[in-house]
Design a protein around this ligand. Structure first.
Ligand SMILES: [Zn+2]
Length: 281
């Protein structure tokens, strides 16, 4: 799919599993288990989908999945079994290499978004995309360096400290335009200053939904992940983006939904819904 100057490629980072209760918040399992069948440990499959934008002389990667640097114990907990960095493998299916990436936008520093940002070889870490500038919100980095007791398990320093040490991180302060067709919007419900990306051409745009809407199920107002630091802020942020996406016909791209990659937004008497399923490639 082409939007403005950019060719858009979904980049598959494999999948892992998270507790269904944590993913669906206050929604009872009796309601979500039909669409998200849990395994015997109550875990639901979560996709690790990144997005590549190729155009304007750049190859911009949005998020990097979980990477390869996992202990056996953690692999069992999250049911994550990729031996190599799946994002790099997926790029290769489109004919791109890690060296081709010019920019990496990290939405936030939770391990399922930054795990693939660094490579671990012979006991040392280096940026996985050696020619790329990496972007993160300053507030998110500061939070990740000193998280709360509630969310410290979501941050793994070895997935982002090597970027700081290699001096490849650009720190941003709020709304940012990468160029005339790519903008970063910030959100504070899920974590401090999650930055989500909108790519827009003259009459079409696509919104990378990150952890604002992990699944299409999260369009429903009370469906808010237990991970979120500020659920009532998430509630307002979801409403505002759904309203804009509905009114302006945005495509919403899901990072985590195993069933849906991209959709447009409809509306009925119960609220916002999926209008059409969109094929990106
Ligand atoms: Zn997150």
């Amino acid at each position: 799919m082409k939007i403005g100057s950019y060719e858009i490629y979904p980049v598959e980072g494999g999948s892992f599993r998270l507790d269904g209760g944590a993913l669906y918040g206050i929604i009872p399992r009796a309601l979500w288990e039909k669409t998200s069948p849990p395994d015997p440990l109550n875990r639901v499959r979560v996709q690790l989908r990144s997005l590549l934008l190729a155009g304007n002389g750049r190859k911009i990667l949005i998020d990097t999945g979980m990477g390869q640097d996992w202990t056996e114990k953690s692999r069992e907990i999250y049911n994550y079994h990729n031996a190599v960095n799946p994002i790099v493998e997926s790029l290769q299916t489109y004919g791109f290499t890690a060296e081709d990436i010019t920019d990496v936008i990290l939405t936030h520093l939770h391990f399922d978004h930054t795990g693939g940002a660094v490579a671990h070889e012979n006991g040392s870490y280096r940026p996985q995309f050696p020619h790329a500038a990496y972007y993160i919100q300053r507030e998110q980095l500061e939070w990740a360096l000193s998280p709360s007791g509630k969310d410290k398990g979501s941050f793994i320093r070895s997935t982002f400290m090597p970027l700081l040490e290699a001096k490849v991180l650009t720190l941003l302060d709020g709304y940012t335009r990468i160029d005339d067709e790519v903008e970063l919007l910030t959100f504070n419900g899920h974590t401090k200053s999650q930055q989500l990306v909108r790519i827009f051409g003259s009459n079409i745009s696509i919104f990378f939904a990150g952890d604002l809407f992990p699944f299409a199920s999260h369009f429903k107002p009370p469906c808010i992940m237990a991970y979120d630091l500020n659920p009532l802020i998430t509630l307002n942020e979801k409403n505002e983006i759904l309203r804009l996406a509905y009114e302006e016909g945005w495509i919403v791209f899901f990072q985590h939904d195993p069933e849906n990659t991209a959709v447009t937004i409809g509306k009925n008497e119960k609220g916002f819904t999926i209008k059409d399923i969109i094929k990106i490639v």
